[in-house]
Design a protein around this ligand. Structure first.
Ligand code: SF4
Length: 258
């Protein structure tokens, strides 16, 4: 399957399970996905492009223009969003001007829609860049992915397209001493003859150990919700997710299941 792609830089608003009425920000091309991961469950489909070429991204000044125009339109219609959310056709922090775009977005939010939260959903693969970390520290909801407790399961689910390891991702996440939300998608299935399952007791226990080191403010747990590029994936039941959430709560972390 080709997956669903956003055809605009600023899209929506959409109603998000986690973020409410949310204006979407897509910093990636509108005709293909670019990501440093190739998650088996990605709603955008398989990753065909992972290399960064600055000419393929919308420039920061154009992103700013589109956002300002949309916020003025929404303000005039009395329908300002609860959130301005960076997600889109791949990994937003790959944009070479990500930090500048965050600064511009916060400035426009303050001017036109001061009650809106600025959120970023990221796969945490660019946390070796200080400007990305500093930008993420400024947003209201810094939502970073951690889908596995072991290197093998991380590779089977997120299929990284660079040499970044799970240990490096965790080291990056530990840089946030506050303002950190971990998002984890639980899934099981079989792909290319391999059993994939991040819900086993061993996996969950290893993932919990990482959470204990990372100390997030909140852990968001969710299952697959739409069609996935990999066939044969199973949606984990709410009951199972609640059991995992109760383990997270025992560690003292706030948890939400979607
Ligand atoms: S990190 Fe996000 S955009 Fe990238 S492949 Fe995974 S789900 Fe898709």
């Amino acid at each position: 399957m080709s997956g669903f792609l956003f055809d605009k830089i600023v899209f929506g608003p959409v109603h998000s399970r986690r973020l409410g009425v949310s204006l979407g920000m897509n910093l990636l091309p509108t005709d293909h996905k670019i990501c440093s991961f190739n998650c088996i469950y990605c709603e955008c489909g398989w990753t065909k492009v992972s290399k960064i070429d600055k000419f393929t991204f919308p420039p920061a000044n154009i992103v700013k223009q589109f956002l300002e125009k949309k916020l003025i339109e929404m303000r005039d219609n009395n329908e300002l969003p609860e959130a301005i959310s960076f997600a889109g056709n791949g990994e937003p922090t790959l944009h070479p001007e990500f930090a500048e775009i965050i600064n511009n977005t916060i400035e426009l939010r303050n001017q036109y829609s001061p009650k809106s939260k600025v959120d970023v959903l990221s796969n945490a693969t660019m946390l070796h860049l200080p400007n990305v970390v500093n930008a993420l520290k400024k947003v209201d909801m810094n939502i970073l992915k951690l889908d596995a407790g072991t290197e093998e399961t991380y590779r089977n689910i997120n299929c990284p397209l660079t040499d970044i390891t799970l240990e490096k991702i965790v080291a990056g996440l530990k840089q946030f001493t506050s303002n950190l939300i971990i998002q984890t998608l639980f899934v099981r299935g079989e792909l290319n003859g391999k059993i994939i399952d991040n819900t086993t007791e061993t996996e969950v226990n290893e993932w919990l150990k990482y959470l204990r080191d990372i100390k997030p403010d909140l852990v968001m747990i969710y299952p697959i919700a739409r069609a996935t590029p990999a066939k044969g994936l199973e949606k984990v039941s709410m009951n199972e997710l609640e059991i995992i959430a109760s383990k997270v709560k025992k560690f003292g972390f706030k948890t939400e299941v979607y």
